[in-house]
Design a protein around this ligand. Structure first.
Ligand code: PHB
Length: 403
C-alpha cells in the first residue's frame, strides 16, 4: 500500500497530516488546488516518488537533490519558503491516479514533483491536465508527457525516452556493430527506449535482430541471457534501472557474455548502480544527459554539496531533482514568490536557461529539456565522459499541440 509521508512520519490513507496546517479531511478531495495561499505562507511541493521497490534509490536521490537546491537558496525560492509532503508511489501505475488525486485534492499542493516510472507518470499527467496542477517530472521519460499529452503546466527536467536512446544507434554502428539484440522491461519506458535506439540504428544501416523483454519489475534474466548467447548478436542494447540494472549487469557478466558480446545501454544501466555492480560494470558504454566527470563549475559544486549533505556520490537522479528545484526557482524569482501570478511563473519556467551540472539546460515548447547527450564509459568506478553523442538534442515532441 502506498504511504503518505509528511515531515518524515509515515501515515496511512485516512489520517494525513498536512505539514503546518493540521489535519485534512476527505471532503476536500478532487477539488481544484487552492492558489489562495497567502503570500508568505510556504509554497507546497508534493513529491510523488518511489520510496520503495526497485526504483527506491532513484526516488530518494531525486528528493535529496531537490532539497539540496532549496537549502542552497536558504530554504526559499524567489523569497517563498518551500514546504514538502511525500507520497510513495511504489512505481505502481494502478494506484497512481489515487495518489496524485490525494496530493492535489486533499493535500492541496501547489506543485507536484514526480515521478520515476513512465506508467505512473502517464496517470499523473492526466490528473495534472484535468486539474491544471503544475507538474514537474524529474525522471520518467514517457514520450507522451511532452508529446500528445503536453500542456503548459507540465514540465520535465529529465529527458524523453526517445532523446537519450536515439543517438546510441549511430554510436553502436560507428563501433562496427551491424546486428544488435535489445533487452528491457515490457512497459512504456523500456519499449520506447529500445524503439528509439532501433530508430537511430536502422537509420544508419544497422539491423535489430530481436527485441527481448520481461515484465516490470522482474529480474529473472537467465532465460533471456541464454537466448542472447544463442542469437550471437554483434552487441546488445539494454534498458534497466535501479535494482534491476544492478542484477542484469551482474548476471550478464556472470554468464561470461560481457567478454563475448559487448553490452551497451541507456545510461540508467550504470547510473547510481556502479558500487553495487562492481567489476561487472567495467567498460560498459551508455548514452545519457550526464557524466560523472563533466568538468564544469556547476557540476563540481553539485557533487561536493551533494556528498556533504547525503554522504553519497551524486548521480543523474539527484541532478534531475536538483534541476527541478532550479526550474521552479526561475518561475518564482520572476514573480517574487507570488504564486497567484502563475501564468508568469509558467512563462518564465518555459524560457529558463539553467546552468545545470549536466551542462546547458533549456526547454522546448512542449516543456522537455534541450540538452547534450553524452557517451560515457564505466572506468574508475564512475561513468566517465567519452564524447558528446548529440549536441543540444531536442525531442521532436511528436503530437504536441502547445506552442
Ligand atoms: C521510466 O520509467 O521512464 C524510467 C525509469 C527509470 C529510469 C529511467 C526511466 O532510470
Amino acid at each position: 500500500m502506498s504511504r503518505m509521508i509528511s515531515s518524515g512520519s509515515s501515515l496511512n490513507r485516512r489520517s494525513l497530516l498536512l505539514g503546518t496546517a493540521g489535519l485534512v479531511t476527505a471532503a476536500s478531495a478532487f477539488r481544484f488546488p487552492t492558489p489562495a495561499i497567502a503570500q508568505g505562507a510556504p509554497l507546497k511541493v508534493g513529491f510523488m516518488l518511489p520510496y520503495s521497490g526497485t526504483f527506491a534509490k532513484l526516488g530518494k536521490f531525486i528528493d535529496d537533490g531537490f532539497r539540496l537546491y532549496v537549502e542552497q537558496q536558504g530554504g526559499a525560492l524567489g523569497g517563498r519558503r518551500i514546504e514538502f509532503v511525500q507520497v510513495d508511489d511504489e512505481s505502481k501505475p494502478e494506484t497512481a491516479t489515487d495518489n496524485m488525486n490525494r496530493l492535489v485534492g486533499r493535500e492541496k499542493v501547489d506543485v507536484v514533483v514526480g515521478t520515476v516510472h513512465s506508467g505512473v507518470a502517464m496517470a499523473m499527467v492526466k490528473v495534472a491536465r484535468d486539474t491544471n496542477t503544475m507538474l514537474v517530472i524529474p525522471n520518467a521519460g514517457v514520450n507522451e508527457a511532452t508529446g500528445p499529452m503536453c500542456a503548459p503546466n507540465i514540465f520535465r527536467t529529465s529527458f524523453s525516452n526517445w532523446q537519450v536512446c536515439e543517438p546510441m544507434g549511430k554510436v553502436m554502428f560507428d563501433a562496427g556493430h551491424r546486428k544488435v539484440a535489445t533487452i528491457t522491461w515490457r512497459y512504456a519506458a523500456g519499449q520506447q527506449m529500445v524503439g528509439a535506439f532501433g530508430e537511430g540504428f536502422k537509420k544508419v544501416g544497422g539491423t535489430v535482430i530481436e527485441d527481448l523483454a520481461l515484465p516490470f519489475p522482474e529480474v529473472e534474466f537467465q532465460a533471456l541471457i541464454t537466448r542472447i548467447a544463442t542469437l550471437k548478436p554483434d552487441a546488445v542494447f539494454a534498458f534497466f534501472a535501479g535494482g534491476g540494472a544492478v542484477k542484469f549487469v551482474k548476471d550478464y557478466a556472470a554468464a561470461g557474455l560481457n567478454k563475448a558480446i559487448p553490452l551497451y545501454g541507456a545510461g540508467f544501466l550504470t547510473d547510481g548502480t556502479i558500487p553495487a555492480q562492481g567489476e561487472s560494470a567495467n567498460g560498459l558504454r551508455t548514452t545519457l544527459h550526464y557524466a560523472d566527470d563533466l568538468d564544469n563549475p556547476a557540476n563540481r559544486k553539485f557533487l561536493a554539496d551533494f556528498k556533504a549533505k547525503s554522504g553519497a556520490d551524486g548521480d543523474i537522479y539527484a541532478v534531475q531533482g536538483y534541476d527541478a528545484g532550479a526550474l521552479l526557482h526561475e518561475g518564482l524569482k520572476a514573480v517574487k514568490g507570488d504564486w497567484s501570478a502563475r501564468n508568469d511563473v509558467v512563462r518564465s519556467m518555459r524560457a529558463a536557461r539553467i546552468d545545470s551540472p549536466r551542462g546547458p539546460l533549456s526547454f522546448n515548447a512542449a516543456g522537455n529539456p534541450i540538452q547534450n547527450i553524452y557517451l560515457r564509459e564505466v572506468r574508475n568506478g564512475r561513468n566517465e565522459l567519452v564524447s558528446i553523442a548529440g549536441q543540444a538534442v531536442n525531442d521532436p515532441a511528436r503530437g504536441c499541440r502547445v506552442s
